[in-house]
Design a protein around this ligand. Structure first.
Ligand code: 2PG
Length: 210
């Protein structure tokens, strides 16, 4: 039995400004740092043997903050561009509301959430899947199969493609699947690498006495 935790980086400056970000290397906001700290607290009960992240600073810094919080500061960390956010091509830097005004909300939604729509000069989710999953299969899955526990800190769309693979989400259903910043998702596997549980970690709300 082992587990894999995935975390989308905390809020970035361009998340806050509602701009297409893709592979532009923008930093975390103070709120993004706070989200990373909370993710670290939630991950404390789930120590890992190694961690993976993209080569973009919003993910690298989120991972570093998580490590500080969990106390796992000497974790082996691998950075790979295979885990980068999908490229939004010529949409990068543009405001999403302005794009909605120019092209309509239906087109905006297709570019953001459909599986196969390709943003101008960018990557579709299908393209992103095509680089994330082979990397996961060759570098990360063998470690899980060997019983090691792994943390991946990456991006909304690179992780949505991984969620498709792990949870067998269809191209239609992935369009409705969102991943919030800084909220860890934990996958548990049995000895045959069969997924036994998938859950978001969240702050425990004490129940109100009846
Ligand atoms: O702009 C982006 O790169 C992504 C992630 O922040 O946005 P979206 O949610 O539109 O895919």
């Amino acid at each position: 039995m082992t587990y894999l935790a995935i975390v989308r980086h905390g809020q970035s400056v361009w998340n806050l400004e509602n701009r297409f970000t893709g592979d532009v290397d923008v930093d975390l906001t103070p709120q993004g740092e706070a989200e990373a700290r909370q993710a670290g607290q939630l991950l404390k009960p789930y120590p890992v043997d190694s961690a993976y992240t993209s080569i973009l600073k919003r993910a690298i810094r989120t991972l570093a903050i998580i490590e500080e919080q969990t106390g796992q500061t000497s974790l082996p960390v691998t950075q790979s561009a295979a885990l980068n956010e999908r490229s939004y091509g010529s949409l990068q830097g543009l405001n999403k509301d302005d794009i909605a005004k120019q092209y309509g909300v239906v087109q905006l939604d297709k570019w953001r959430r459909s599986y196969d729509e390709v943003p101008p000069q960018g990557e579709s989710l299908e393209h992103t899947y095509g680089r994330v999953i082979p990397y996961f299969g060759s570098e990360i899955e063998p470690k899980l199969k060997a019983g090691q526990r792994v943390l991946i800190v990456a991006h909304g769309n690179s992780l949505r493609s991984l969620m498709m693979y792990l949870e067998q989400i269809s191209p239609t259903d992935i369009a409705k699947t969102e991943l919030a910043t800084g909220v860890p998702r934990l996958y548990e596997f049995d000895a045959d690498m069969k997924l036994t549980n998938a859950t978001y970690l969240s702050v425990h709300q004490p129940s109100t006495p009846q």
